[in-house]
Design a protein around this ligand. Structure first.
Ligand SMILES: C[S@@+](CC[C@H](N)C(=O)[O-])C[C@H]1O[C@@H](n2cnc3c(N)ncnc32)[C@H](O)[C@@H]1O
Length: 237
């Protein structure tokens, strides 16, 4: 290990995503061509150091980072419902980001910026400590096979990294439909000294389902297949 490696707080050996194809529909491609230069950036193309979020949005406002926005179904609705926040979505899947821009265009929102790439690299290299008001991770890839659990996004190291980027009072909100992943999330967050469960007094420490979190196709499928959804809401004291 050389000296620059030692300065990196989190080095990844596996990633939490699979690289999917980049083929886009005509509508997605057009949305990409119209909006990406203004609204998006590749994580690998960001200038070295912290991202100047307030300048990018052109205003100072609370910052929410959603990791893994997928096809943007939930994200677009939440962005529209919270015009007073600067909403950052990070996702590796290009057609998903394009679809999110299409949805955002229809909803005429102006408080969304998109980042394409690995959220861990973004948080580690381009997000200032204590700068985020909220981090959301909804229905992350479950990696159900035991030998793949190491690929899950929610791990002690990633949660420590996320916590370090939250402001005091900032929130980490997680939701999943995989019982075993929900338990892992809870175990990891309970063991993170920088976090406190806002719903510690609720049975199991699970948060009541917030009625403002839109019901997605993942959630509907989970219901259909008899899986329960768990929300977890932690804050940095
Ligand atoms: C199962 S999907 C859920 C999408 C969305 N949150 C929803 O509820 O519909 C998980 C998404 O997380 C993305 N993802 C996984 N690991 C990521 C990472 N490290 N950085 C950015 N995106 C990631 C995947 O590409 C995938 O689109």
């Amino acid at each position: 290990m050389n000296s620059s490696d030692q300065q990196v707080p989190f080095r990844r050996t596996v990633v939490s995503y699979v690289q999917r194809g980049e083929r886009m529909t005509v509508g997605q491609q057009r949305a990409w061509d119209r909006h990406w230069a203004e609204l998006g950036s590749d994580v690998t193309e960001l200038p070295e150091g912290p991202l100047d979020v307030q300048s990018w949005f052109g205003r100072s406002a609370p910052v929410v980072l959603e990791i893994g926005s997928g096809m943007g179904e939930t994200t677009a609705q939440l962005v529209a419902a919270q015009p007073d926040v600067n909403y950052l979505a990070v996702e590796v899947y290009k057609p998903g980001l394009a679809q999110l821009m299409l949805r955002a265009e229809k909803l005429e929102v102006s408080n969304l910026r998109l980042l394409r790439g690995d959220a861990i690299v973004l948080l580690r290299d381009h997000v200032e400590p204590e700068s985020l008001d909220e981090v959301r991770i909804y229905f992350p890839d479950p990696w159900p096979k035991k030998r793949h659990h190491k690929r899950r996004l929610v791990q002690p190291e990633s949660v420590a990294l996320i916590t370090s980027r939250l402001r005091p009072g900032g929130v980490l909100h997680l939701a999943t439909d995989w019982e075993n992943y929900a338990e892992q999330m809870r175990e990891v967050c309970e063991a993170e000294p920088g976090l406190r469960n806002r719903y510690a007094d609720e049975p199991g420490g699970w948060a009541p389902r917030p009625d403002w979190r839109p019901v997605t196709k993942f959630e509907n499928r989970a219901h259909d297949e008899g899986r329960e959804i768990h929300d977890l809401i932690y804050e940095r004291p």
